[in-house]
Ligand binder design. Structure first.
Ligand SMILES: Cc1ncc(COP(=O)(O)O)c(C=O)c1O
Length: 440
């Protein structure tokens, strides 16, 4: 399936029902047991039941995967299957896998390895980056006395234009770091063109990409977009917390890095294996392939995975379009008096389903609290937070309410959100009118 449909395409009802049944807590708060709509999946996504179950089960085995007893050997095989699952997700044949407690640690390791070993006077990155890559670049560039060059953002798209990155690259650039999708605006950076255009200027340029926010929303293809390093976070991709995953290209894998001396030159895993985490990733891949199988007859795992992710993207785009434009029974965000849609990229093919909005008459933190009163979970991004300040400032914003649904959501969830949003707008208008009356 081509993914270029402007308005996306919803799953049919039977498939959506099946998808929802495969996840934990899709419509209920696991703590209070109250009904809710969870629109904070950028902070941690719904858990796939199969991933959660296999994680708990395998984590209960005391056996050391590197030992020789039968169960231990089976655990090692489970981990190796996980490596294959990561290859299916990212599409690469050569290179190494690196894992750690978080995606941020993986990013710091990759950035440090390149900056410490590759000659060049400058490092290029963007103002939009998450602190995990931005701070890694800043720390190691300063330590190694390299100039940092920052590509500016585009407030019309919520992203960074290719040309803004390309113009900073020269023969002396040691490393480029950019993100696939923004955790502030959902905007997609044109990864394929960035890599192609930048390597026209410096053919052997080292490039590292942050795919943490994009991985659960679309296809990643290392063969098509040959970066040297890429990371993602399983807990934002339907799996458990406490794990970060990275890919390093053959040439990056061989640069001097932290490793046990007895291990091969290109080996990046450090310490005991974690088969439970890898088993969970295998379940995530199986699940996405199941969606692929619903639409496509194939025995090729990668082909099914790509189809599954493409259908996920299309369903999310259809929901995003509805959220912006509304339906016959409810008004969309773009036309709601009292709402600002920030960084409102008109071409939804260039955006993952992460929205930045604001009420004209209500603070961001207050709005998030108000939504929660109605059983809707969102998150405020405010300029006082180090996780948001640089990105928001680059767009001239002082904050936003981040709304981040997932493909498990339905049209009804979006309609309910829009109705609640309208209700809050009306309430604010009434409050304002009452205040005016009091003053008279
Ligand atoms: C775009 C992006 N990159 C990196 C990270 C870091 O992930 P983690 O905190 O799991 O290390 C996040 C976390 O939200 C993110 O949104």
């Amino acid at each position: 399936m081509k993914d270029n449909l402007q308005k996306g395409k919803l799953f049919d009802n039977a498939l959506l029902k099946n998808i929802r049944s495969k996840f934990l807590n899709v419509s209920m708060d696991p703590k209070s047991k109250k009904k809710r709509i969870f629109f904070d999946n950028s902070g941690g996504a719904f858990r796939l039941k199969a991933a959660s179950n296999v994680f708990k089960k395998i984590d209960g085995y005391p056996d050391c995967p590197e030992h020789g007893n039968k169960t231990a050997k089976w655990l090692m095989k489970t981990q190796e299957k996980g490596y294959e699952s990561i290859k299916t997700m990212l599409n690469f044949d050569s290179g190494s896998i690196v894992t750690s407690y978080t995606a941020s640690i993986v990013m710091f390791n990759m950035v440090r390895t390149v900056i410490e070993n590759i000659p060049g006077k400058n490092i290029v990155t963007t103002l939009l980056e998450h602190p995990s890559s931005y701070d890694a670049v800043t720390s190691y560039a300063n330590k190694n006395k390299k100039e940092i060059r920052l590509a500016k953002t585009n407030p019309n798209t919520g992203g960074v234009d290719v040309k803004e990155i390309v113009k900073l690259i020269d023969k002396d650039t040691a490393l480029l770091v950019f993100m696939y999708a923004s955790n502030t605006s959902g905007a997609l950076l044109d990864a394929k063109r960035i890599v192609k255009e930048c390597r026209k200027i410096k053919p052997d340029l080292y490039i590292i990409a942050d795919a943490v926010q994009h991985a659960p929303h679309g296809v990643i293809d290392i063969k098509e977009v040959p970066v040297d390093g890429l990371n993602f976070a399983p807990y934002k991709f339907f799996g458990p917390r406490g794990f970060g995953v990275g890919y390093v290209s053959p040439r990056l894998s061989k640069l001097p890095h932290d490793k046990l001396l007895a291990k091969p030159e290109s080996y990046w895993q450090l310490g005991s294996p974690a088969p439970a985490h890898f088993a969970a990733l295998t379940e995530v891949v199986k699940y996405v392939c199941t969606i692929g199988k619903y639409y496509l007859k194939s025995k090729d795992k990668r082909e099914l995975f790509v189809e599954g992710m493409t259908r996920i993207k299309l369903h999310e785009r259809a929901l995003m379009h509805t959220m912006l434009e509304g339906t016959s029974s409810v008004q969309g965000l773009r036309s709601l008096d009292g709402i600002n849609v920030y960084l409102d990229c008109k071409d939804l093919r260039k955006k993952d389903f992460i929205m930045a909005i604001g009420f004209k008459k209500l603070g961001y933190k207050e709005a998030v609290i108000e939504y929660e009163r109605y059983g809707i979970i969102t998150f405020e991004r405010v300029i006082s937070s180090p996780y948001s300040a640089r990105m928001l400032e680059s767009f001239g914003l002082d904050g936003s309410i981040r709304v981040s649904p997932l493909h498990c959501h339905s049209l009804e969830d979006i309609e309910k959100f829009l109705k609640v949003t309208k209700k809050i707008c009306k309430k604010l208008k009434k409050q304002e009118a009452n205040l005016l009356l009091e003053k008279i």
